[in-house]
Design a protein around this ligand. Structure first.
Ligand SMILES: [Ca+2]
Length: 572
């Protein structure tokens, strides 16, 4: 990794040096990352009217090289409207490191139209026949495209030739890009941006955190099964595990149905249930009418009956739930991270609950999946009126073509906001102000940059043209406690092998089908939730269970499953 990077730098340095010294025609090099040849030498034009030149090294079409750098033979100026991040303190996108490097590398001049306030109004004016820029980064959504197809460039035919890295990147990351990007009229008008996998969001919502100090005080081990968890919670209930002299003021398992992450239903994962259905090998599998679900309800009822869960959990507010956690009275709770509510030192008493297996379901443990990826599907669009469609597409492709440029564009200079870890992953960096000043100087940033400027001043965040892993978090140093980000990361490490392989696609459902669904399934979710609460509080009998199964049918649970199957298959 290190070696490759320094080699890349060397080659880029070589190319730039050659350009500066006017010896570019004599340079030979191979660019890492996209594998394309760097120009060896320009060929002579065949004729003045011929628009395509092919040399042994590079093809030139209408002043645009189809591979390598620079992108244009003679400089051209492109105007790009770009939405600025709140908190961006740079005077213009023009001074940002990726923009400066782009000009040096590509021979393209950029005229940035920074959109900071009244963005929608400004864009509406442009689209309504005002001064259209050559391209937009941010600010355009699918609806605007659908209403103004004629204003935007159809990209599908240009992409293979002028955007090969973009396609390669989508495909290497298993992005169904054709499905995601094709509009109802069959054309592609936009490219994805702000696209990253976020490990922190891999698991949906809450993760269990259990007080390890209490477990130690109870002279028990971290639980691995539902029986062991029961024993731990029982000890929390019966003993004075927080050592304050009162054996009755511990809440063994604190939960809150009104809190976004604190639900008791997350414990269903021990019985292999991720939600109202599972996705298994292409099939939407019902879960709410299974023996596994009944077994889960009966287990929770046992906890309830013996006072091992907070009996207020179904009615209390999120604020009450959080207050109990802050008072250090909760043995186990589900949350984003224990650090979300507690000072780092206190939060460190809690460890992620991890995998808890239920008897008879040992190989079934399955945790709810959050999101494998996020993306802005309309990050980059090119105006139909632009004379520089190919130039712009190649530039976007260039930014996407190597990790160095992807990181520079989306996270700024190395060492300042991000850094490489020993494992080759990118981490959140934490340089001192002095180190920041040195990094700014070494990178030769514009004079306006200083070590007090916000991160957003160094890069484009939401619409960067790339797919990257979100930054990882370093473990705490000697004498420090884990940060929230690091703690969440460690908790997910324990669950990552127990997530569903498949994910519900984000493609929109036709409006009429959605209307039918909302009508037919009205009340289903509420009914499921109320039966869960009632069963945990009062227990499940054959009679109550059979009645529930009958009612599920009446609330169109079968239709609900079929509908989600069609949604998964994209077969409406
Ligand atoms: Ca106590």
């Amino acid at each position: 990794m290190k070696k490759q990077k320094s080699m890349f730098r060397f080659i880029v340095f070589l190319v730039i040096t050659c350009m500066i010294s006017g010896l570019f025609a004599g340079c030979v090099g191979k660019q890492e990352g996209d594998g394309s040849q760097v120009d060896k030498k320009d060929t002579e034009k065949v004729s003045e009217t011929d628009t395509t030149e092919v040399s042994a090294e590079r093809e030139l079409v209408n002043n645009v090289y189809t591979t390598g750098l620079p992108i244009v033979k003679d400089p051209v100026t492109v105007r790009i409207a770009i939405v600025r991040q709140p908190g961006d303190q740079s005077s213009s996108t023009a001074v940002k490191p990726f923009a400066v490097k782009s000009e040096k590398d590509t021979n393209i001049k950029f005229d940035w139209i920074d959109l900071a306030t009244d963005v929608n109004t400004q864009i509406s004016v442009m689209l309504a026949g005002g001064d259209m820029p050559d391209a937009f980064i941010g600010g355009i959504n699918q609806n605007l495209i659908t209403l103004n197809y004629e204003l935007f460039t159809e990209l599908e035919e240009l992409l293979p030739k002028y955007g090969p890295n973009t396609i390669k990147f989508y495909e290497e990351n298993d992005i169904p890009w054709k499905e995601l990007l094709t509009f109802p009229n069959g054309h592609i008008y936009s490219l994805m941006g702000g696209f990253y996998t976020n490990y922190q969001n891999l698991v949906a919502g809450g993760i269990g955190y259990i007080n390890e100090v209490w477990i130690k005080n109870a002279e028990l081990e971290h639980p691995k099964t539902t029986d062991e968890l029961y024993n731990v919670l029982k000890a929390f209930k019966e003993k004075d595990v927080d050592l304050d002299g009162d054996p009755n003021n511990e809440i063994p398992f604190e939960f809150c149905e009104k809190d976004w992450a604190g639900h008791i239903r997350t414990l269903q994962s021990s019985w292999g249930i991720t939600g109202n259905f599972n996705i298994d090998n292409g099939k939407i599998v019902p879960t709410m009418n299974t023996q596994a679900y009944r077994d889960y309800l009966e287990y929770c009822h046992k906890l309830y009956k013996e006072g091992l869960i907070n009996q207020e959990g179904f009615s209390q507010t999120s604020d009450q739930f959080i207050a109990n956690i802050k008072a250090m009275k909760a043995g186990l709770f589900f949350a984003w991270a224990s650090q979300t509510y507690l000072e780092l030192e206190l939060a460190a008493q809690y460890a992620p609950l991890g995998v808890i297996k239920a008897p008879g379901y040992e190989d079934k443990f399955l945790y709810p999946l959050g999101s494998r990826m996020t993306a802005n599907l309309t990050a980059f669009v090119i105006s139909a009126s632009s004379k520089y469609k190919e130039v712009l597409l190649r530039w976007w492709d260039y930014l996407q073509g190597s990790e160095e440029l992807r990181m520079l564009t989306a996270r700024g200079i190395e060492g300042y906001i991000w850094e490489y870890g020993e494992d080759g992953k990118t981490y959140l960096a934490n340089p001192t102000p002095e180190e920041k000043t040195r990094l700014i100087k070494e990178a030769g940033l514009a004079p306006e940059y200083n070590n007090t400027m916000t991160n957003a001043s160094f890069y484009i965040d939401n619409f960067h043209p790339l797919i990257i892993n979100n930054l990882s978090y370093h473990p705490p140093k000697e004498g420090e406690y884990p940060s929230q980000g690091y703690a969440r990361q460690c908790a997910i490490d324990l669950l990552v092998d127990y997530l569903p392989k498949e994910e519900m696609p984000k493609t929109p459902v036709p409006a009429d089908k959605l209307e039918e669904y909302n009508f037919k399934c009205q009340g289903l979710e509420d009914y499921i939730n109320s039966f869960r609460a009632k069963s945990i509080m009062e227990g499940v009998t054959d009679e109550s269970w059979n009645e529930y199964l009958k009612n599920l049918k009446e609330y169109n649970y079968d239709f609900y499953i079929e509908f989600n199957q069609k949604r998964f298959d994209g077969s409406f």
